[in-house]
Design a protein around this ligand. Structure first.
Ligand SMILES: C[S@@+](CC[C@H](N)C(=O)[O-])C[C@H]1O[C@@H](n2cnc3c(N)ncnc32)[C@H](O)[C@@H]1O
Length: 317
């Protein structure tokens, strides 16, 4: 068991820890009417400055048996509307996020302040039309139904929007046509629209592309670099902030650098001009392909990417 697991064996124990910390700070009116029921936000009833204090205390506690954590948390340029991605679950005639402390319940979101107002408007449209068209949602307890997730991904510096519908195989031709109709309408409002097929029992929003409307990727900028983002890859949650963290990394790297768990090569490419070369290692082949394509897009020549388990890669010595 990892030391993090020993210290915080469950989400519930993390929540209790946060509750104890929160008790020392004055409460403010939360922005969102769903706060308290929705599992998406936990600290919205504190001022942003106090939220940062609580998070720093949590990190100090988490690492306390290894080292004394110094420094501060870099604040987000905006505490709301910052997220790159939201996975809204579609179940039990609701579309939104899981209820706080109850995975089996979904809060039907009428507002959400984590993505931009434009992105949430598109989600609201999709949600309304899915209901009007009678598209079946997916019961993740009984594993029955069709539409599992609506994933919203947003590039903050180009304003490009991706909407991905994650669904099982269509139960009939009518359901298939309804989803295609919804996709066509969504494509009027978003740059990239995907239908992803995921039939397994595992509860996630990834899947095999069945149909794509518009662009196959959206492009996000990090400093002067651009990154193509497809539905199957990771991108940092707060694009407004990451260049600051990557600038920090850049100050400390030189020579031949290794970027372990490199994803789509964001860090490798960002720090490449401070290094002789950067080698990125990533397990998922499609992310490695994306990293190579991103290096090419940015004209960066001194980076290499390998699809391999990091543990295995390091064993090579
Ligand atoms: C949180 S993402 C970070 C990606 C990148 N460093 C960034 O900041 O954008 C972690 C990445 O590690 C990859 N990964 C997870 N386990 C791995 C392993 N055992 N070996 C190599 N890569 C792994 C995942 O596929 C994912 O792309």
């Amino acid at each position: 068991m990892s030391r993090e697991r020993e210290k915080f064996p469950s989400t519930e124990s993390i929540r209790r820890f946060f509750d104890r910390l929160k008790a020392d700070f004055p409460k403010v009116e939360p922005v969102c009417k769903h706060f308290g029921r929705c599992g998406g936000c936990y600290l919205q009833d504190l001022s942003y400055e106090d939220q940062l204090r609580v998070k720093l205390e949590f990190l100090k506690e988490l690492f306390s048996d290894r080292f004394e954590l110094e420094g501060v948390i870099i604040p987000s340029p905006q505490p709301l509307y910052y997220r790159h991605r939201m996975d809204y679950v579609c179940a039990f005639s609701k579309m939104g996020l899981r209820m706080r402390g109850n995975y089996a319940e979904v809060v039907d979101l009428e507002e959400c302040h984590l993505i931009s107002p434009r992105a949430f408007e598109v989600f609201r449209f999709v949600k309304g039309r899915a209901r009007e068209l009678g598209i079946q949602d997916y019961d993740f307890i009984e594993h029955k139904g069709f539409l599992r997730y609506i994933v919203v991904r947003e590039a903050k510096f180009t304003n490009e929007l991706m909407i991905a519908f994650t669904a099982t195989s269509p139960p009939d031709l009518l359901q298939r046509d309804k989803l295609l109709e919804l996709m066509a309408e969504t494509a009027q409002r978003a740059e990239s629209v995907y239908w992803l097929k995921h039939e397994g029992l595992r509860d996630h929003s990834y899947g095999e592309p069945v149909k794509i409307l518009g662009k196959p990727y959206i492009v996000e900028k990090v400093g002067s670099y651009q990154f193509m983002i497809k539905p199957d890859v990771f991108f940092q949650s707060n694009p407004l902030l990451i260049w600051k963290a990557y600038d920090d990394i850049k100050e400390h790297v030189y020579g031949r650098a290794l970027d372990l768990y490199c994803g789509i090569g964001t860090i490798s490419i960002y720090v490449s001009d401070a290094c002789e070369s950067v080698t990125g290692v990533e397990l998922v082949q499609s992310s490695v392909e994306a990293a190579k394509a991103n290096a090419e897009l940015n004209g960066v020549k001194n980076v290499k990417f390998y699809a391999q388990d990091v543990g295995e890669y390091l064993k090579r010595g």
